[in-house]
Design a protein around this ligand. Sequence first.
Ligand code: PLZ
Length: 460
Amino acid sequence: MTTLLDSDQPAALEEVEQVRRLVTEIPGPRSRALHEARQAEVSSGFGVTLPVFVERASGGVLVDVDGNQLVDLASGIAVTSIGASHPEVARRVAEQAAKVTHTCFMVTEYEGFVDVAARLNRLTPGDHAKKTALFTTGAEAVENAVKIARAATGRSAVVVLGHAYHGRSLLTMTMTAKNLPYKNGFGPFAPEVYRVPSPYPYRWPGGAENAAAEALAQLRDIITTQIGAHNVAAIIAEPIQGEGGFIVPPAGYLAGVAELAREHGIVFVADEIQTGLARTGEMFAVDHEGVVPDLITTAKALGGGLPLAAVTGRAELMDAAPVGGLGGTYAGNPVACAAAVAALDVIENEDLVGKARAIEAVVRPVLEDLLGPGSVVGEVRGRGAMLALELVRPGTTDPAPELAKAVAAACHAEGVVTLVCGTYGNVIRLLPPLVIDHALLLDGVGVLVSAIQRVAGAES
Ligand code: PLZ
């Protein structure tokens, strides 16, 4: 029998030509049949952006069961930053799985867990002493950051932003801003979660240029007069808001939050689950502003496609929970840790920070060409390989979610996987693998641009 380890050219490692190629309509007949079968077996609570069944993937291409090759501008929501099924991840996962798949780190230890922790302690901003705790999903990392902040401060209140997304568990959906589809019908919610306005420059009532100062004044006011600063354990913010619409905070906002937190002994947590590990053209999005959070949550790109999440931060905070207070059966699973070591090697050795910047340099001008008076594109924003277009009714800032839906559907029909996000459902976001071939990237973006032009034409 041939295994992945002793074959010269294992199927999973075969190169997929980095081109878009459609051989059927999208979704094709086999995908449609499988999707129908799925309807009978799988909870309809799971939505799907594009009902295509993927058989394999490589770099920036997804190959479906009908043999179509799709351009991946989503990376499974910012996960496969190093490219889909990276050969180095496949190799180390196979090696690790052949040795030991699971012990539970709380029962007996293994090196991979410590290796990943050490890498994150070194990579994250700040030269203070740091420690890391590993978990499985992003929501768990956020929950544990809150537990750690509460244990360290002896306080209970948690401050989050408008447009925030932090997960789907009880605490993290409470922290998430948007009702539908994340919260509706799932309450009652967790107590002691307080929301402050997010400085959304494009939509800030006082104008983008005043957003940072005014939002900071509101944050200070709410914390001191409504909650009581002495009751606040943590302020948690995504340094670029992801699901909420790729909202880049105005310059100075994050630094102001960090300063306010320091002033009052509040733990400042940066949720870098979507933005972290090279995605935005810095190793962490807070690095764009030189801000050093007390705790940072990571997941997604960390595991190179396997489920792994982390909380990294000041050693004295990370040690505040009692022994046995943190953990989980699968937390920091050895196979996921092996994948993470491979992913971190690729991120560091292949200059994925530089690659994210190169993607912005190539894509941003193409997207900005769509701006102008009367355009359906109200704003182009984001950083690095986390870029987005906010679609509006021409001549206004009124959100146009149905246009975003139509544009995404047109892209999907032509084999380009794009995602919609935003509180108003009107933002098209691009999250390509950072290693994507530029010809493939421009092909995908070209399809997006013509879809927008078509939809805009129909609109006017
Ligand atoms: N924090 C900033 O972006 C996950 C959500 C997909 P999990 N974003 C994708 C969906 O609709 O469920 C995310 C994030 C930020 C936390 C999370 C949660 O990470 O691994 O999905 O739990």
